[in-house]
Write a protein that binds this ligand. Structure first.
Ligand code: IPD
Ligand code: CA
Length: 336
């Protein structure tokens, strides 16, 4: 684990857990203010647009990020901080995560959900070292779900329930996966209605996953269901739980996925890019690189009589990928 000792990492984890709880409480308080709770009459948390009318930021995003940044800077002044709102305001568009100890934070993931009081919104905090997300904390206060993980310590829901949820035994991936899987994906913020644009490519992939086996020129996945929570980091927490089997996304920023990756990997999930090497025999599926913008996550899987859990995850990845051909091979640069 390099130059951060076990004890140091455990202390950072304990700090991150407390920080997540406080930040999540701020989100909950802000939402309740909007509901007029506790005699307060502040009805609105004004939002403004960033890149378009579905890319939004509220005062709460800003306040919670400022709080988290201040706490981290006080406790760990030598650590780097990358937060969605600070990054959006800065001039640099460089890839900011390097080998140094870095905090990567989305103060409010699922801003559209928060604005509409659809309860799938959360704070997402990751601690990264040597480019690897080692600690993840995700707190969705409206549904009382607190996810946390630290490398070597396991991944948990509400600090006691180890992930994945089904673990006696941990189920292998379905034999005909993606058939029989719950597939999660997001519509994204790029709504340009152009045939070769991101939105159309995504929709094509969703339909491929849903269509009957043999349909869509052999790309039909016949998944059990297609879900969109509206929060990429919660999607990943749900893959870590095993409630989602497969998650795919193109265009996520590091703060959208860093905490979710930490939790998913610690739970035993697979995180890779949506572009596996073609030759199964000689090229293993590569581990994800934070910053790749294209991600495919597979839930934790146990062994069957014929495969290890990892083999069943890789089989699922390769079979799923045919649904995404148009995206993975397009070289499209997702900007939202
Ligand atoms: C967004 C959500 C959404 C995902 C976008 C993210 P925000 O984050 O996670 O599900 O599709 O890529 O930007 O704006 O709510 O923090
Ligand atoms: Ca956000």
């Amino acid at each position: 684990m390099s130059d951060i000792s076990r004890d140091e990492l455990d202390a950072i984890y304990a700090f991150a857990v407390e920080l997540g709880k406080q930040a999540g409480q701020m989100l909950k308080d802000a939402a309740q203010l909007r509901m007029g709770g506790g005699g307060n009459t502040k009805a609105q948390d004004e939002h403004v647009q960033k890149m378009n009318s579905v890319d939004l930021v509220t005062e709460t995003d800003e306040n919670v990020e400022a709080f988290i940044k201040t706490q981290i800077t006080k406790r760990y002044p030598s650590h780097k901080f990358v937060g969605e709102e600070s990054y959006s305001k800065g001039a640099s568009r460089d890839y900011l995560i390097d080998e140094s100890p870095t905090w990567c934070v989305d103060p409010l993931d699922g801003t559209v959900n928060y604005i509409h009081l659809f309860p799938m919104f959360c704070v997402s905090i990751a601690f990264i070292h040597k480019s690897k997300p080692l600690i993840g904390v995700i707190y969705a206060p409206f549904i009382n779900q607190f996810f946390s993980s630290c490398a070597g310590r396991g991944a948990f829901l509400n600090e006691t329930q180890q992930l994945p949820l089904i673990r006696n035994p941990i189920a292998p991936m379905p034999e005909k996966a993606p058939a029989g899987c719950v597939f999660s994906c997001e519509w994204g913020k790029d709504r340009r209605d152009i045939p070769d644009g991101n939105m159309h490519r995504k929709i094509e992939s969703f339909v491929n996953m849903a269509a009957e086996l043999g349909g869509r020129s052999g790309r039909g996945g016949m998944v059990h269901g297609v879900r969109s929570l509206g929060s990429a980091t919660l999607d990943l927490a749900y893959v870590a739980m095993g409630s989602f089997d497969i998650w795919w996304e193109g265009g996520c920023w590091e703060w959208d996925v860093a905490a979710g990756i930490a939790i998913l990997l610690e739970a035993g999930g697979l995180m890779t890019t949506a572009n596996p090497p073609p030759d199964e025999a000689t090229c293993p599926i590569p581990d994800v690189k934070l910053g790749s913008r294209l991600y495919l996550a597979i839930r934790p899987a146990g062994p069957s009589l014929t495969e290890t859990g990892r083999q069943s995850q890789e089989r699922t990845e390769r079979n799923t990928d045919s649904a995404f051909d148009s995206i993975a091979s397009s070289g499209v640069k997702y900007s939202l």
